[in-house]
Design a protein. Structure first.
Length: 161
C-alpha cells in the first residue's frame, strides 16, 4: 500500500474485514523528506501517520512496514529517528532492509554523487556510501538481521497476542 494514500471508500471496505484477514505491506523506506525526494519517494508524513492510526485503531489489518538502510543522503541519525517514528506508529512488523542495487532500478543514478559501493555478488547489497562507512554499514546490517528476527518473534509470541 502507498502509506500516505488511503481513500475513504477503501477505508470503509477495509474496516469490514475480520481481524487478521488482511495484511498490508507498507513500503515507507525513509522518514527523511530530503532522502525521499532524492529517490523520488515523496510522502506526506502527516497523512501516513493518520492512515496508520486508522488501520491500527479501526481495523484488524496486520501492518508490515519497512525502512531501508543505505539510501543516498540518509545518515545513521536520520535513519534512527525514522525507525523510532515508525515504532511509535505501531505496525505489527517492521522490516529493516539493506539497500540493494537491483538491475534496471534507478538507484544507479546516485552511485557517483553518493559514492555508493555495492557487493558485486547477489543480492548486491550496499557496502558503504559517502555518509555511512563500511564498518558502520556492517553494524547496521547486523541490526537489520537481528531486528527481522525479533519483530517476527515478538509478533508470534503467545504472550504478545
Amino acid at each position: 500500500m502507498i502509506p500516505d494514500r488511503l481513500p475513504e471508500s477503501l477505508r470503509e471496505i477495509i474496516a469490514k474485514f475480520p481481524p487478521g484477514a488482511l495484511q498490508f505491506e507498507v513500503g515507507i523506506q525513509t522518514f527523511n523528506a530530503e532522502v525521499g525526494g532524492l529517490i523520488k519517494r515523496r510522502q506526506n508524513y502527516e497523512k501516513l501517520a493518520a492512515n496508520f492510526h486508522f488501520l491500527r485503531r479501526e481495523t484488524g489489518v496486520h501492518i508490515h512496514a519497512d525502512l531501508i538502510v543505505g539510501l543516498p543522503g540518509e545518515i545513521v541519525e536520520s535513519f534512527a529517528a525514522g525507525f523510532d517514528r515508525l515504532i511509535a506508529l505501531g505496525p505489527q512488523e517492521i522490516q529493516v532492509g539493506i539497500l540493494k542495487r537491483l538491475r534496471g532500478t534507478p538507484i544507479v543514478r546516485h552511485d557517483a554523487d553518493w559514492r555508493m559501493i555495492y557487493n558485486p555478488q547477489p543480492p548486491y547489497e550496499i557496502l558503504q556510501n559517502k555518509l555511512i562507512d563500511f564498518a558502520t554499514m556492517q553494524r547496521l546490517r547486523r541490526f537489520a538481521r537481528y531486528w527481522i528476527w525479533s519483530a517476527t518473534a515478538a509478533t508470534s509470541s503467545p504472550a504478545r497476542r
